[in-house]
Design a protein around this ligand. Structure first.
Ligand code: PYC
Length: 388
């Protein structure tokens, strides 16, 4: 570890590593340290359900996540690392008139921003996913779905490793088992960080953490409008390939996709309480199993192998907080709720530009911390994730 770096990035997940990579690749800034208190990808980057999509509700959100999807599509070539991107199509089921209306709204905003999404009916859904129960007898009958062909899945660990390898090859230093315990601020400007492995002098610190974003920001005296809750997920034994698309049901608080190895990956909405716990619970698994069987009764005999939880930093409008803060040299890329992984590439690209140029790129202009003072929120609740 050097005694000083031009830029210190806190958080060795996809956001921090992508920022380090694009700082070097796009701006020639490589005297950069990424500090990670555990191992690379130990947080949200290794715990999410690896779903990619850009079918959001606000124009700001659609443009932003679409840029991420564009970067994801060529990531294997750009990093020379197989990240196993798999375009599957993404179906968000509507079980009520109200959610059908939101799906139509999203489809229109998507199309206006050049993103492929449309509302389809139960017959078409059944053709795509024969195992899905779209009958009128279901407890919550499926009335339609927002179909988003560009959506898909990817190997999340590979994305972390690919960015890590790319950043390191271009000169960034990646320090694992290195927890930040303090951020030095003098005269309103960052001067360094304290870590469990020694002090580092720097004029630029990027907080790219998830789960601990508000605690890290408080080390610099910056308050963030964030509450942290766990989100639980689970995976089954491998099954023969039968599920061609990603399926989301907001009403049933569940989403499912099938990996290339055949496992079904399930996730839910965030737990209804704040906590830093990353343990799974029996209540979650019982609720999840019930809801999955309502959607696909044929899965009754599938066995779950594992469950886990990740931490979600929720903001009031379900959009992230990105850019400068009142402390000069202290930047944030936080508030990633349940949607951080899919935004990794565009966030890294945008934060690298922000640091290198001192200006906010247009693509993140709506996500500044000052929106909570001005009231110009980017309300993404209707499309951010599942059943919020
Ligand atoms: O926003 O697509 C999503 C998502 C999936 C899992 C958690 N969030």
């Amino acid at each position: 570890m050097r005694p000083s770096y031009d830029v210190v990035i806190i958080g060795g997940g996809v956001h921090g590593l992508a920022a380090a990579y694009y700082l070097a690749a796009n701006h020639g800034i490589s005297n950069v340290a990424v500090l990670e208190k555990g191992y690379l990808g130990a947080g949200g980057s290794g715990r999410n359900t690896a779903i990619l999509r850009s079918n959001y509700l606000t124009p700001e959100g659609v443009r932003f996540y679409d840029r991420s999807l564009t970067l994801y599509r060529t990531l294997a070539t750009d990093l020379n690392f197989n990240v196993m991107f798999s375009r599957r199509g993404h179906l968000t089921l509507a079980h009520s008139d109200a959610s059908l209306r939101t799906m139509r709204w999203r489809a229109e905003v998507n199309k206006l921003n050049g993103v492929d999404s449309e509302v389809i009916g139960p017959d078409e859904i059944k053709r795509m996913v024969p195992y899905l129960d779209v009958s009128a007898e279901a407890r919550y009958p499926v009335l339609g779905a927002l179909y988003h062909p560009p959506g898909g899945i990817i190997r999340h660990d590979a994305v972390v490793w690919g960015y890590a390898r790319g950043a390191a090859a271009l000169g960034a230093h990646l320090h694992q088992q290195t927890e930040v315990t303090g951020i030095e601020v003098a005269g309103g400007r960052v001067t360094g960080v304290r870590t469990t492995r020694g002090d580092i002098a720097t004029g630029t610190v990027l907080n790219a953490t998830a789960g601990w974003a508000s605690l890290v920001a408080s080390l610099a005296g910056v308050r963030l409008p964030i509450q942290t809750s766990p989100l639980q997920a689970a995976v089954t034994e491998p099954l023969r390939p039968f599920l061609p698309t990603v399926i989301v049901s907001g009403s049933l608080h569940v989403y499912v996709s099938q990996t290339d190895r055949g496992e079904l990956v399930f996730g839910a909405s965030v737990d209804p309480f704040t906590s830093y716990s990353m343990r799974g619970s029996l209540e979650f698994i019982e609720g999840l199993a019930g809801h999955v069987l309502e959607l696909m009764p044929a899965l009754g005999k599938a066995r779950l192998l594992r469950q886990w939880a990740g931490l979600c930093d929720m903001t009031p409008d379900f959009s992230p907080v990105m850019g400068f803060t009142p402390v000069t040299g202290f930047l944030v890329d936080v508030g990633w709720g349940t949607y951080g992984f899919k935004a990794g590439p565009v966030s890294g690209e945008a934060m690298a530009e922000c640091i290198a140029t001192g200006r906010i790129p247009e693509i993140i202009a709506g996500f500044g911390l000052d929106r909570f003072m001005s009231g110009q929120l980017v309300g993404e609740k209707g499309a951010a994730a599942v059943g919020h």
